[in-house]
Design a protein around this ligand. Structure first.
Ligand SMILES: *Cc1c(COP(=O)(O)O)cnc(C)c1O
Length: 365
């Protein structure tokens, strides 16, 4: 069975060494030495000023909304993982959708501007599948209307935009280090915050607002990463360059093998790619479902990322219909792509996609 993804696991012996250290120190959580080491190493690796590690990417979003005092409506994309929208609704904010660009699959800046109302306090775009948003246009819209920008950068890791980390865009960027992501800590996430005072406040909020043994000075929550998770991150970070290299190989093989039969996401010219996801866009939903079935019959399980479009969620305003996002989500598939995927498996997947695609001509769908 070949799933859309498989978690990269480092050497067990190496992880064991870190676990031994944790057992010796006896400190398993509460901003321990592993978390501090991982923060330092990630800040260097990514080229960012402040990084605050947290329990998961969804918590990172929630903390970011609090730090920037978002209220009322927040403009966001309907084409993403559900957490982008659910974190807003869960935090008492109203997700206000703007539609996407059907080539880049990212929020369309022109539609952002049209969705701004008196109640709007922020924008939460997603660099979908790691593809950088139109960050400069978004920044100028935000400045003009005095809005905060939080990038859900869960799909990006070390992406460079015009020669520096894409994570330095916006007021805050968040990362997810869930086991399915390119770099992971089993469960985990991070806030990337340029402003030092905000970064200090983030450290307070992730630990109940506790300032000292007898002092609580803010309304916080528990969003801490633990030592076992940070240890996993330290191990995976050692191997990240070979993982990235392998992902690039997988991506390039798919690209050259399928370019004449399916469409691809249009990439931002100014940024590097991390090659983590390989989405293919088909002509119709029927074709999409047929290719999915043909792959499933051979034990291959791509995913309909992202389906359904988030404007169809039961807890968002039913009136906001996003036609482009609905169209793209109805005919997109993300193909398996992970470290241990072999060239033979990839050839099989591509043969099936090409075969099922050819059947289309005869079935008249
Ligand atoms: C994975 C993901 C999240 C949530 O991250 P968790 O660490 O699983 O909470 C948020 N947004 C996007 C776009 C994601 O893909």
């Amino acid at each position: 069975m070949i799933n859309v993804t498989k978690t990269y696991l480092p050497s067990k012996e190496k992880y064991q060494k870190y676990i031994d250290e944790i057992f010796e120190s006896g400190q398993v959580t509460n901003n321990g030495p592993m978390v501090k080491r991982l923060e330092k190493r990630l800040a260097d690796y990514l080229g960012v000023k402040n990084i605050v590690l947290v329990a998961n990417g969804t918590m990172a979003l929630g903390i970011a909304y609090k730090l920037l005092r978002l209220e009322g409506e927040v403009i966001t994309t309907p084409f993403s993982f559900v957490a982008t929208t659910s974190s807003l609704a869960y935090g008492g904010l109203k997700p206000a959708f703007a539609d996407i660009d059907s080539e880049t699959f990212n929020l369309d800046p022109k539609k952002i501007e049209a969705a701004i109302t008196e109640q709007t306090s922020g924008i939460v775009p997603v660099h979908i599948f790691g593809n950088a948003c139109e960050v400069e246009e978004i920044e100028s819209i935000a400045k003009k209307h005095n809005l905060k920008v939080i990038y859900d950068a869960a799909h990006t890791f070390d992406t460079q935009y015009k020669g520096e980390s894409l994570l330095n865009q916006g007021d805050i960027s968040i990362l997810s280090f869930h086991a399915t992501k390119l770099f992971h800590t089993i469960e985990g996430g991070a806030l990337i915050i340029e402003d030092d005072a905000l970064a200090r406040e983030a450290r307070l909020l992730i630990n109940f607002g506790i300032d000292g043994p007898d002092s609580v000075i803010a309304l916080g929550i528990n969003a801490k990463m633990n030592e076992f998770e940070a240890a996993m991150g330290l191990c995976v970070l050692d191997d990240i360059d070979i993982v990235l290299d392998h992902q690039r190989g997988v991506f390039e093989r798919y690209e050259s093998g399928l370019k004449d039969v399916v469409s691809f996401q249009k990439q931002n010219k100014h940024s590097t790619q991390n090659y983590r996801y390989f989405p293919i866009l088909l002509k119709t939903e029927n074709e999409t479902l047929r290719i999915q079935k043909a792959l499933n019959d051979a034990g291959v399980f791509p995913r309909r990322y992202f389906y359904p479009s988030l404007d169809t969620l039961p807890y968002v305003e039913a009136s906001s219909v996003m036609p482009l996002s609905r169209d793209i989500s109805s005919r997109i598939l993300v193909l398996p792509s992970y470290y241990s995927l072999t060239k033979d498996q990839q050839t099989l997947i591509m043969d099936i996609v090409r075969g099922a695609n050819r059947d289309d001509a005869f079935s008249g769908l």
